[in-house]
Design a binder for this molecule. Structure first.
Ligand code: SAM
Ligand code: SF4
Length: 331
């Protein structure tokens, strides 16, 4: 969509930035205009987003490591996911490891400078038996390692959410994945509303929220804006943006990559909408970006996942920490 700007584009971006600094929430109309600024002004948009990040969050980068505690054969049909039982991806399968194994990995993550450790499970929701096992794992990591724990365990009941809070889990991750208008194309075994409901349950139990999605699924720019506005409405403590990694065997294996400038737009506009949140560059950082995230960390983002993802390897923690230092930020 093309917009007529009554003032210069740069003045408009600056005016929006001023609103953010004055505590005024950016309207959906302004967000739409920011999202559609001409390419020639993209650098200014990114620069202003960076100034908002520094003002609200300083120069600290939130570095997180993940542990995929249950891998593959998930009952759901999310078309991007290499762990869905619907697709033959040849990815290894395992059930929950012992608490000792997870304690060792969490200690390693802490020693490598990770701020938080996220336990992720490839299932729709935990069975009662598995949930008890996960609780045991969390207790052991709390006792023996002492690192901030986050979880991403699919749908939760109210009781389960309360139990996680009791175990000092700080933040619950559950992604919206894409715009509401796109969701039924990427998943038929559950709905967007199911995902919103779990976020509400987690919030009501007192857990901080981490939510976001994947860009590059074939959605339009308008749909990326739709997702950004929904995230802004939820006002999560953390936003996590993945860039699709096309997994062989999934329906999206041949999906073409988004351009780096389109990705930059998304991160910059989310920063205008959510000045205080951690905005994390998640899966696909190494494969989609030309510079492993240096530009995005200076354009709105202030978090990364390091040392690999759920089914893919990533940069080593040391390399990422060096990159953060090189651009004048702190891990
Ligand atoms: N099964 C739970 C769920 O769906 O909420 C737990 C987390 S799921 C395994 C982790 C997240 O990884 C997904 O929500 C999605 O955003 C991201 N993800 C999965 N496959 C991806 C891919 N191929 N490229 C980029 N991100 C991906
Ligand atoms: Fe299952 Fe989560 Fe993958 Fe969907 S994203 S198939 S729910 S593991």
């Amino acid at each position: 969509m093309l917009f007529e700007f009554s003032m210069s584009t740069l003045d408009f971006i600056k005016e929006c930035q001023e609103k953010v600094f004055s505590g005024i929430v950016i309207s959906s109309e302004d967000a739409e205009k920011l999202f559609n600024i001409p390419d020639v002004n993209l650098k200014e948009l990114a620069k202003c987003a960076n100034e908002i990040t520094r003002d609200f969050n300083g120069s600290k980068v939130d570095v997180e490591q993940l542990n995929n505690i249950k891998k593959n054969v998930c009952s759901e049909d999310c078309t991007f996911c290499g762990q869905s039982a619907f697709f033959d991806t040849g990815i290894e399968t395992y059930q929950l490891p012992t608490p000792e194994e997870i304690v060792t990995k969490a200690q390693k993550a802490k020693d490598e400078g990770a701020e938080s450790y996220c336990l992720v499970a490839a299932w729709r929701e935990p069975s009662s038996r598995d949930f008890e096992k996960v609780c045991k794992i969390i207790s052991e990591v709390n006792d023996k390692v002492g690192i901030t724990i986050e979880c991403s365990l699919g749908f939760l009941t109210k009781e389960q959410a309360r139990k996680l809070k009791k175990l000092k889990v700080k933040r619950y991750n559950h992604n919206l994945e894409t715009a509401k208008s796109k969701f039924s194309e990427i998943c038929t075994t559950h709905t967007y509303e199911d995902r919103l409901k779990t976020l509400e349950i987690a919030r009501n139990a007192g857990l901080e929220l981490c939510t976001g999605g994947i860009i590059g699924l074939g959605e339009t720019r308008e749909q990326r804006l739709e997702l950004a506005l929904e995230l802004a409405r939820l006002y999560p403590e953390e936003v996590t943006i993945n860039m699709l990694v096309p997994i062989p065997g999934t329906p999206l294996e041949l999906q073409t990559k988004l351009s780096n400038s389109e990705i930059l737009r998304m991160f910059s506009v989310i920063r205008f909408l959510l000045p205080e949140s951690v905005i994390k560059i998640s899966g696909g950082r190494e494969t989609n970006l030309d510079d492993s995230g240096e530009e995005l960390l200076q354009s709105g983002a202030n978090g990364i996942i390091t040392a690999g993802y759920l089914t893919m390897n990533g940069n080593e923690a040391k390399k990422d920490l060096e990159m953060i230092e090189k651009i004048g930020l702190q891990a």
